[in-house]
Design a protein around this ligand. Structure first.
Ligand SMILES: *Cc1c(COP(=O)(O)O)cnc(C)c1O
Length: 217
């Protein structure tokens, strides 16, 4: 199955980069995938998944979690404040923290819930005004804010612009993380996971290469 192919690509890219494949976590991004494909990947033993919407993730995973209680979910898509309460209980990590108000809300909700997902700050490395993520210029202040709230900040996340070569974006994210003492880098998707591993990715977010093309809409 394609999961094996992706794991093979990760092993080769890690070897080429002089890294251990075990230091790279594969998030199988199951958004908009038919349930049978998701079950097949679970049956193959994979347990870490990414979803990009809170409501879709809840609808899909509440039943699946009964069969696979050790499955772990990461939110990789944008988080609206009114979905934050559910996100804090459903996900083990949130990769899309992009504004101080969201960090402040997550801090209050985590306090109430007695748990907090690991957090990644999403950085708009392409500096495209309309794109998700904090600008590189505003990232240091957001990193400081998340830390001052006592939240578990794991690292940084980026989605390079679709048309651009991804490597400079991965390098920019890695440099920013190193400047701030952040260990984890959520970067690399189906088309560019090798370049992400070469640049130090710790979390790959891979959808179509694991599951096949997504349903439209
Ligand atoms: C859908 C999605 C992915 C996976 O994309 P593929 O190209 O299918 O691997 C990764 N990251 C985010 C944020 C996504 O929304």
């Amino acid at each position: 199955m394609s999961l094996d192919e992706v794991e093979g690509r990760i092993a080769r890219a890690a070897a080429d980069a002089g890294r251990q494949a075990g230091d790279v976590t594969l998030l199988a991004v199951s958004k908009k995938q038919p349930e049978a494909r998701v079950r097949a990947v679970l049956e193959a033993g994979h347990r870490i998944f990414g979803e990009n919407r809170v409501q879709e993730a809840e609808a899909r995973w509440e039943p699946l979690m009964r069969d696979y209680p050790d499955a772990s979910l990461h939110l990789v898509g944008p988080l609206q404040s009114n979905k934050a309460r559910r996100a804090v209980t459903l996900f083990d990590a949130i990769h899309s923290v992009d504004r101080p108000a969201l960090a402040e809300r997550l801090a209050r909700l985590a306090d109430e819930a007695g748990r907090c997902p690991d957090l990644f700050i999403q950085v708009d490395t392409g500096d495209e005004a309309q794109k998700a993520g904090v600008t590189p210029a505003d990232a240091p202040a957001l990193i400081a804010r998340v830390r001052s709230l006592g939240l578990p900040l794991a690292g940084l996340m980026c989605i390079p612009p679709a048309e651009a070569p991804p490597a400079p974006h991965f390098a920019r994210l890695a440099a920013l993380a190193a400047d701030h003492g952040l260990a984890k880098l959520s970067m690399g998707m189906s088309g560019d996971l090798e370049a992400a591993i070469a640049a130090g990715a710790s979390h790959l977010r891979v959808g179509s290469a694991v599951f096949g093309p997504r349903d439209q809409g």
